[in-house]
Design a protein around this ligand. Structure first.
Ligand SMILES: NC(=O)c1ccc[n+]([C@@H]2O[C@H](COP(=O)([O-])OP(=O)(O)OC[C@H]3O[C@@H](n4cnc5c(N)ncnc54)[C@H](O)[C@@H]3O)[C@@H](O)[C@H]2O)c1
Length: 336
């Protein structure tokens, strides 16, 4: 099989490529990535010379780039996106270009190239927010109700994927996954930012009251779920992925503080994010029952592994927290 992985130099895409080459060593992977601030070829340094791996620099919103990259490809897995909610609030435009226009350009090229399977990687954020007090969960039947520019553009991309299935018979599947964490996550998201700030002796910024609940999943478990969807998923179907790990941001941070033997004085409450979604929770019954997926890592074990990885790879993340990142950090957490 020749698989085109878009956004393979990002957090989940690069973990997915490592997972795939370890588990399907005869397949060919083409990593197609624009290398935005979030794309980092260092994530794939140790497979650079693997004969089953190729990197192509390109933009999913460029029909020329995408048509060229699609030649000889059997399967497309679309991870490429602008992904950070806070950045989407500062400037939504690149989110529309990549997440909406980019997905449509990719779908169009895939239909013309008669790709055998197009898998679109999406998020639980398309469903909106749940009440803190409720026991409700999102499922494949939940109506879309995105509330941030990031979530709105991902929702639009999901609709386009379904439209290409219904209108052009493109063989598609979609997965909507909860929040991921693990190695190679850009140090701007809750867990990677908290760990790296503490390793630098800096405080951890916490939005509002910190009572924002997310269903965390270790990134390797996300990769194994996508693997099953590709092997056994029903064409045209959507699969929700999550682990019943609903936990408040403040609790996540307290666990990180405890593992790193730091006190709660390292927590700094900052002004809340506008439109901050209270709670996300996933009902992953379909993928568990129909495809037999289950997560291998529990949250505490995976958090320890992740912290160890950031401790052992300081060079990797220190470079990313450069002057440009500091300017963004100042805008996001200090000036508001
Ligand atoms: N991180 C999460 O918790 C999470 C949860 C559920 C779903 N997702 C989805 O998974 C996918 C990957 O997320 P991530 O956290 O790895 O993101 P990321 O920001 O770490 O990586 C995104 C990658 O896409 C590339 N990219 C951006 N614009 C591009 C373009 N126009 N053309 C080609 N490449 C482009 C970037 O260079 C980068 O390598 C996204 O579609 C995201 O919506 C993420």
């Amino acid at each position: 099989m020749r698989i085109l992985v878009t956004g393979g130099a990002g957090f989940i895409g690069s973990n997915f490529i490592h997972y795939w080459l370890q588990n399907h060593s005869s397949d060919q992977i083409v990593n197609f990535d624009k290398l935005t601030y979030a794309g980092n070829l260092e994530n794939l340094k140790n497979i650079r010379n693997n004969e089953n791996y190729t990197f192509v620099k390109g933009d999913i919103a460029s029909s020329k780039d995408v048509t060229q990259a699609m030649k000889g490809i059997d399967i497309v897995i679309n991870f490429a996106a602008e992904t950070h909610v806070d950045r989407s609030i500062l400037d939504p435009a690149p989110f529309v270009i990549t997440n909406v226009v980019g997905t449509q350009v990719l779908l169009d090229a895939a239909a013309k190239a008669k790709i055998k399977h197009f898998h679109h990687v999406s998020t639980d954020e398309v469903f909106g927010a749940l009440d803190l007090a409720s026991r409700q969960k999102f499922s494949e039947e939940t109506n879309y109700n995105p509330r941030s520019p990031y979530a709105a553009t991902k929702a639009a991309s999901d609709h386009l994927v379904r439209a290409y299935f219904a209108t052009y018979n493109l063989p598609v599947t979609i997965s909507n996954c909860s929040n991921n964490f693990g190695p190679y996550q850009f140090p701007e998201k809750l867990i990677s930012l908290s760990i790296t700030n503490l390793l630098e002796g800096k405080k951890v910024p916490v939005y509002g009251d910190g009572l924002y609940v997310r269903d965390w999943l270790y990134v390797e478990d996300h990769a194994s779920a996508i693997d099953l969807v590709l092997q056994k998923g029903k064409i045209g179907e959507t699969y929700c992925i999550g682990q019943d790990n609903d936990i408040a941001n403040i609790e996540v941070i307290k666990k990180i503080l405890a593992i790193l033997a730091k006190g709660e004085s390292m927590i700094e409450y900052v002004k809340d994010r506008p439109g901050h979604d209270r709670r996300y929770a996933m009902d992953a019954t379909r993928i568990k029952k129909e495809l037999g997926w289950h997560a291998k890592y529990d949250f505490d074990m995976a958090l320890e592994l992740t912290i160890k990885w950031y401790q052992q790879n300081t060079k990797w993340w220190k470079k990313l927290k450069d002057r440009k990142f500091e300017e963004y950090y100042e805008e996001q957490y200090v000036k508001r």
